[in-house]
Design a protein around this ligand. Structure first.
Ligand code: PAF
Length: 282
């Protein structure tokens, strides 16, 4: 596995791949890798001749400096994991390599970023848009792989690829869960043992919502509010019912098409998100 810290090395490598007619799969990450990331690597390996993983904690997508500083950074472990999964290239740049000067370009993803993550993390999707488009321009992959756990990010990136005519197929890979249902996330490692033992209640709340998905949305939302009221160790930031592609938020009435239940909670001082797709017949 080759490891590059500089754009110029990466560009040379990509140029050679293109000259050899090799297809490229990109797995963008912020490191602290887990099996969920490795599933993205495996999905890329199944399609692409060459798989490139980026490991970069992007300061631009953190609206909260403490969250940025506490984001786990374990590059040596990440490199070992990527190598054992058969990843071909790791791109792990320093912040100064990616942002030698402040960026001025601003993305506006419209309705896609006025709700949920976009509402509670102002500027987050601008930061995601900037780094993902930089990676797309540098690596020019045929495919780019993202996890469904970040459902809103997936919608934003599809919009980015579409609006800027990137010739890249965006592949969304199902959320991987621990055996107790907790969605795999780099942030899980910041939980205490107690926090970790409680965290599966987030997925349990989504299961509860699924079990009553034929009820009107307002009834489902009330049930979730009650669920978290009796579990005051969680701070529920939002629970929304939305269209998984347009992110249109359903507020009232019964669901008549495929939707998603999306949630963000704080546990200890860790912010966790999750979602499930609600397969409602048309
Ligand atoms: O999903 C993530 O880990 C990040 O938002 C991404 C796509 C790597 C951009 O920094």
């Amino acid at each position: 596995m080759q490891i590059f810290h500089h754009q110029v090395q990466l560009r040379d490598f990509i140029k050679k791949c293109q000259q050899n007619g090799q297809s490229i799969g990109l797995v963008p990450t912020m490191g602290a890798l887990h099996q969920g990331h490795l599933a993205l690597i495996n999905a890329s390996k199944a399609l692409a001749d060459v798989t490139v993983a980026s490991v970069f904690v992007n300061p631009l997508q953190f609206n909260n400096q403490t969250d940025f500083q506490k984001y786990p950074q374990v590059l040596d472990q990440d490199i070992q994991l990527l190598s054992s999964t058969g990843c071909d290239v790791v791109f792990a740049p320093l912040v100064s390599e990616i942002y030698p000067q402040a960026t001025t370009l601003k993305f506006d993803f419209g309705q896609l970023e006025t709700v949920m993550e976009g509402k509670f993390r102002p500027g987050h999707f601008n930061g995601v848009g900037i780094i993902v488009s930089k990676l797309f321009n540098l690596i020019r992959p045929n495919w780019a792989f993202f996890g469904q756990k970040d459902l809103q990010q997936c919608a934003v990136i599809k919009c980015l690829a579409n609006d800027l005519s990137y010739p890249i197929e965006i592949k969304i890979i199902e959320t991987l869960r621990e055996s107790d249902g907790l969605a795999m996330s780099s942030r899980n490692r910041r939980l205490s043992n107690l926090g970790r033992s409680i965290a599966p209640e987030i997925f349990a709340s989504l299961q509860l919502a699924l079990s009553i998905c034929h009820e009107p949305v307002e009834v489902i939302k009330l049930a979730i509010a009650e669920y978290y009221k009796s579990r005051n160790y969680f701070n529920l930031e939002y629970f929304e019912v939305c269209d998984p592609e347009t992110l249109y938020i359903h507020k009232l009435g019964k669901l008549d098409k495929t939707s998603a239940f999306c949630i963000a909670v704080h546990l200890e001082d860790v912010r966790l998100i999750d979602n499930v797709i609600v397969p409602v017949a048309n």
